[in-house]
Design a protein around this ligand. Structure first.
Ligand code: HEM
Length: 156
């Protein structure tokens, strides 16, 4: 695995990214924008799953907020991968980073399973499943956000 991470770090455009202040800043800003879109969409969606705003249908809320959260997640994964590649061996060793990735997998996996099963009309899901998805979503995305920010404080 070490050899793989070292090879990743030495790819031409990854090296260029590591040493380019403004390109790195642009990718970092994209990551922040993606996180804002993802967490800013996932939280109100989760609150609806937990029972807030009962007069607004789950299908309407999900149609808008699941789409924007999905776009945010895809952008976060792409920009996050580029940031990761610049110092892959270092990040991969950090427990904070590893747990953050597990939370991203749990949050993304839970949302994908829900939509594969019920499409946009997630209101068809049993109430318990909706509540569970809401709790998982709040914990996974706020946890990933906090751990993502912490990486800068625990690394060398
Ligand atoms: C596979 C997906 C992801 C990867 C590989 C990834 C990777 C990274 C990396 C390498 C950094 C730079 C850490 C540093 O040196 O300070 C970072 C920063 C960060 N990430 Fe991610 N990330 C991903 C998804 C997410 C998601 C989904 C969230 C939030 C829900 C998130 C939240 C953050 C935050 C808050 C920062 C700190 C940004 C800053 O202070 O400039 N990341 N991420």
């Amino acid at each position: 695995m070490e050899a793989f991470f070292a090879a990743l770090e030495s790819i031409g455009f990854v090296e260029a990214l590591r040493f380019s202040r403004w390109t790195y800043a642009a990718v970092n800003t994209t990551h922040i924008f993606a996180i804002a879109l993802l967490v800013g969409s996932a939280l109100p969606l989760s609150l609806r799953l937990l029972g807030l705003w009962p007069t607004i249908t789950h299908a309407h809320v999900a149609r808008i907020l699941s789409t924007t959260a999905g776009v945010g997640l895809v952008l976060a994964v792409m920009s996050g991968f580029l940031l990761f590649a610049t110092r892959a061996s270092e990040y991969a060793d950090l427990a904070v980073f590893q747990i953050k990735l597990v939370l991203v997998l749990i949050g993304g996996g839970s949302a994908i399973l829900m939509h594969l099963r019920y499409g946009w009309d997630i209101g068809r899901a049993p109430r318990l499943a909706l509540r569970r998805a809401g709790v998982v979503s709040v914990l996974a995305w706020t946890g990933a956000l906090i751990l993502g920010r912490l990486i800068a404080f625990v690394g060398d």
